[in-house]
Every structure is written in structure tokens, then in C-alpha cells.
Design a protein around this ligand. Structure first.
Ligand code: DQA
Length: 156
């Protein structure tokens, strides 16, 4: 008799506006690695830890809000690079705060070294933590932090 496999728990990785241009856009700030490569690294690291990593990118605030709402129902954790919406979006903050799914805010660049308008985040106060300034490695560091949090608070 075939055994029914349990679906892997999901981690959603949500990338905000202009991150589809990674690898071509301001490479001195954001590096040469593109989004496909970042997503593939996260997928492999997640799989090795027993999670399915689902990656999405949108240039639209409302779509990101929809995905955060869906993640609260379907995922056990979120990595979110809200990009410019980090500094402007009350809607995204409210979506994160609307559920229990832990969310880590991610930035490739060190936003605190940059223009003052990037120093504020509407998201950080409702996130588990923030990783900023490590380039593509910000995402892997954030994933490891999230996995460590999930293993500590796993109540199954
Ligand atoms: C960013 C930093 C934001 O300030 C900027 O608007 C981005 C990318 C980063 O990953 O460093 O688009 O989130």
C-alpha cells in the first residue's frame, strides 16, 4: 500500500518592487546575483532543512499584501524584502501584524548606511527580526534565523 507523504511545511519568500532587476540594477549596491539564483539557493537550503520554500516577486503593494495574508494561512514563516515599500507601507505592516506567521525583514544593502529616508521601516516593529547589508547572504542569514526560531518554538 502506498504511504501518503505529509506535505512539507512552507516558508514564503516575498520580494518587493524592482527586485526583479537584481543583477542588472545598481550592482555596486545590490550585487550581481540575480533573483533566480537567490531563490534557488533558498530553495535548496530550505529543502535540506525539511521545508518547501515558495518565492514570489511583485512590483505592486496590494499584491504583496495579498501574499502576506495568504502566507499567514499557508506558511510557517515569511522572509520579506519589501524593498521601497519597507519605508512607506502601512498596508504591508498591517498585513504582517494581522496573523501569527513570523516574518523576517530582509535587505541586501545596509539601509542604515544609505539615505536617511531608508533608515525608517514600517515593517521592523512587527517582524521577528531584520537582516540588512550582507548582500544575497542577507537572505540565507534570515532563513537560518527563521529556521532556528521555528525549531525553538515548534509545539508539534
Ligand atoms: C532594499 C533597500 C531598499 O531601501 C530599496 O528601496 C530596495 C532594496 C535592499 O534589499 O537593500 O529596493 O530593500
Amino acid at each position: 500500500m502506498a504511504s501518503k507523504r505529509q506535505p512539507l511545511p512552507q516558508i514564503w519568500v516575498l520580494h518587493g518592487p524592482n527586485l526583479n532587476l537584481l543583477g542588472q540594477r545598481e550592482t555596486d549596491i545590490y550585487g550581481r546575483e540575480d533573483l533566480k539564483s537567490i531563490n534557488s539557493t533558498l530553495g535548496q537550503a530550505g529543502k535540506a532543512a525539511g521545508y518547501r520554500v515558495v518565492c514570489r516577486q511583485s512590483n505592486h503593494e496590494g499584491e504583496l499584501v495579498d501574499w502576506v495574508q495568504q502566507a499567514h494561512k499557508k506558511a510557517v514563516g515569511i522572509l520579506l524584502n519589501g524593498a521601497a515599500y519597507t519605508h512607506t507601507s502601512v498596508a504591508l505592516r498591517d498585513a504582517i501584524a494581522a496573523g501569527d506567521c513570523p516574518c523576517v525583514e530582509v535587505h541586501l544593502s545596509n539601509v542604515y548606511k544609505r539615505e536617511p529616508f531608508r533608515h525608517g521601516s514600517f515593517l521592523a516593529p512587527v517582524c521577528l527580526g531584520v537582516v540588512s547589508g550582507l548582500g544575497a547572504a542577507s537572505y540565507t542569514a534570515a532563513l537560518h534565523g527563521l529556521l532556528s526560531h521555528l525549531s525553538r518554538y515548534d509545539d508539534t
